[in-house]
Design a protein around this ligand. Structure first.
Ligand code: PXP
Length: 247
């Protein structure tokens, strides 16, 4: 794809984070996903974590049912979640490393170190018609292992680029650019994501061969602000019924 046709996958995990913080039924990830779809998003991403801190099993089934755009399920390479993916059959699965104590996904998947388990999961999910992506650092050794696994996609971890500044950021961007060139050369399709927001996206757009950017936290955070005025007006208009009769 050319840069002008790069796709956006919106990660809506943190809509569920707000719901789980209170144990309510709102806000609904399904409703949020449908709004993203209406706004032109090309896909919806959710991470079904082993600790179920935000997205729940039922959300994944509901989203698969409700969406017309592809659902991308992020998951650890573990039996329990692989079984769920095989039942849901999302269009795509992105395999990520997962640690219980982390705030968000830290580092890329070690495909070289977990070769057997990852290769087996890629095969099993691929045979079920699911396009598998592996979330890795832009490292030639890891990318080579991804190619050998037969996964059609990699997602390059942009976290370090997004979190650093100055010369370090420039170095990280070069690493991502070289990683994308290498991945493309060996036949992998290239996605990227993690930590991208409106102020750091310009560098990301210099990475060649990008198919999809997966962006979550910054979009949900921005939605809180751009939606605040409407939400307050809705409540004020409900309160305007005070004294209209009733008890
Ligand atoms: N891609 C992957 C593989 C991720 O694990 C995450 C975080 O869940 C994202 C993209 C989105 O990152 P962010 O929420 O920082 O935009």
């Amino acid at each position: 794809m050319t840069a002008s046709t790069i796709k956006l996958g919106v990660n809506i995990d943190h809509v569920a984070t707000i719901r789980q913080a209170r144990g309510t039924t709102y806000p609904s990830p399904r409703e949020a996903a449908l709004l993203c779809e209406r706004a032109g998003a090309h896909g919806i991403t959710v991470h079904l974590r082993e600790d179920r801190r935000h997205i729940q099993d039922a959300d994944v089934f509901e989203l698969k049912e409700a969406l017309r755009i592809p659902l991308n399920l992020e998951m650890a390479c573990v039996r329990e979640i692989i079984e769920i993916a095989l039942r849901v059959r999302p269009a795509e699965v992105c395999m990520v490393p997962e640690r219980r104590e982390e705030l968000t996904t830290e580092g890329g998947l070690d495909v070289v170190g977990q070769r057997d388990a990852v290769f087996e999961a890629v095969r099993e999910l691929g045979e079920a018609g699911i396009a598998v992506s592996l979330f890795v650092e832009a490292d030639p050794q890891q990318l080579e292992a991804c190619r050998e696994s037969s996964a059609p996609y990699v997602e390059l971890h942009t976290g370090r680029y997004c979190e650093t500044e100055g010369a370090e950021r420039d170095r990280e961007l070069q690493r991502l650019i070289h990683g994308a060139e290498y991945a493309h050369r060996i036949g992998l399709k290239v996605n990227a994501g993690h930590g991208i927001h409106l102020s750091n996206i310009d560098g990301i757009l210099r990475i060649p061969h990008l198919d999809t950017l997966n962006i979550g936290h910054s979009i949900v955070a921005r939605a809180v602000l751009v939606g605040m005025e409407a939400a307050v007006k809705e409540m004020l208009s409900a309160m305007a019924r005070y004294g209209e009769g009733g008890s």
